[in-house]
Every structure is written in C-alpha cells, then in structure tokens.
Ligand binder design. Structure first.
Ligand code: ADP
Length: 210
C-alpha cells in the first residue's frame, strides 16, 4: 500500500527512488514491485519508471487485489446443523464438492467448522459416524476465522494463509458474536482470482501456450 501511495504522488518514479523513500534498498522491494506490476496495479515503463495503471472503473473483470471484494467472488456456503451425523455431513461434502463444511446451531447462527481431516480423524478414531453429530468434532465458535462482504480478497487471502486453513465462512454479524453465513471463500476462490489477475495483467500469453 505504501508503494502505491508513493507512486500515486511521484509518478513516474524509478524503483530506486521508491526504495529511497521507503528507507530501504531496491532488492528489498523487488518482489513487491513484481507483484504490483503483474497484478496490473502498476505499470513499469522502460527508462521512465513506475506509474499507476488506471483501468476503467466499470471494467467487470477488474480483479485488482486491492479492489476486488469478498462479496464479488464468494461462493454459496455449504453447511449443516450441529445435530447432523458425521456420516450425513460427509455425504453433503461429496454432493456439494466442498472441502470444508460449516455448522450452524438451531437458530441458524454459525457455530463451527469441520474440515476433511477432522472427518478422517473421527473415522480413524472409530467413532460411530452414523450416530455421532458433527457438533462433537467441529472446531467451535468463537474460534472460527471468518470474513465479510466488504473485506478485500487480499485481506481474506492473508487470513487464510496466517491461520493455515482451507476456507472461511463469509458472515454477516447480526448480534454480539452472532453470525449468519452468507457464503464461503476458499483457497480455490483465491486461486481463481489469481488467475483472473494474471489474465488481465496485459502479459497474458507471455510464457504460455496460448
Ligand atoms: P484440513 O484439516 O483438511 O487440512 P484445514 O487446514 O482447513 O483443513 O483445517 C485445519 C483445522 O482448522 C481443522 O481442525 C479445522 O476444523 C480448522 N478450521 C478450518 N477452517 C477454519 C476456520 N475458518 N476457522 C477456524 N478453524 C478452522
């Protein structure tokens, strides 16, 4: 974000000048500059420097990392009630082709998350998957990492990386620690956005077969 601010104020500006203003050396920010140009946020003009790459605001494929919001890319949530058996939750995971399943309590509020490995553990531990409800094996609130519509995809991706999880429920807060699930964001979602950014970066075709 600091690099973008600097470029916005002083463009065109060289990589060395950006580094000077940040109080570091150019190699330190090389990876950041590369990400910002590849994602289409900055343009690198040879012998001139970096400028902000203004795309039309109404571009429907504007998947810039800093603008795309969770609400633009979320997919439908897959969830079951706490009383649902482990067996039936696994069936739902297959039917909906999901990796993680969210759990809601009797009032319909988010209460937990069950991952593929949670299911595997329950089976390896010889649990009776027909009788034991998912509520017994789920990771519970308030320890559920979640996101909301207005967060950027980048912020959501950072949470997924930081907490080493595969997916997060997208929620709407309806009371103190009470959340309604409105969708999900997974590593697959983030990969799709990454591909969109790559395709729209102006370098599509470089190094690819197409
Ligand atoms: P897997 O266990 O299949 O590798 P994850 O890495 O997503 O999948 O899950 C690791 C652990 O973190 C599991 O115990 C799971 O219940 C928990 N978990 C998954 N998603 C979340 C989340 N959004 N918030 C909190 N815990 C989660």
């Amino acid at each position: 974000m600091k690099i973008i601010e600097i470029v916005q104020k002083h463009q065109p500006i060289t990589g060395n000048d950006i580094a000077d203003r940040l109080g570091c050396t150019k190699p330190t920010i090389r990876a950041d500059l590369s990400l910002l140009t590849r994602s289409g946020i900055l343009d690198a003009k040879p012998n001139v420097g970096y400028i902000l790459n203004h795309k039309p605001a109404d571009n429907p494929h504007d998947f810039s990392l800093f603008r795309a919001k969770v609400k633009d890319v979320k997919s439908p949530a897959v969830y079951v009630e706490e009383e649902c058996s482990i067996h039936d939750a696994i069936v739902k995971i297959f039917l909906k082709d999901a990796g993680t399943i969210f759990v809601v309590n009797a009032n319909g509020y988010l209460s937990g998350v069950v991952s593929r490995k949670d299911f595997l553990k329950s089976i390896m531990g010889n649990m009776n998957i027909h009788n034991v409800p998912v509520g017994v094996i789920m990771t519970r609130m308030p320890n559920i990492i979640h996101t909301h519509d207005e967060e950027t995809v980048l912020q959501a991706a950072m949470k997924i990386m930081e907490h080493k999880i595969d997916s997060m429920p997208v929620v709407e807060e309806v009371g103190n620690n009470l959340y309604k699930i409105t969708g999900r964001i997974s590593k697959t979602t983030i990969s799709k956005v990454f591909v969109e950014i790559g395709k729209n970066s102006g370098e599509w075709g470089v190094g690819s077969e197409e």
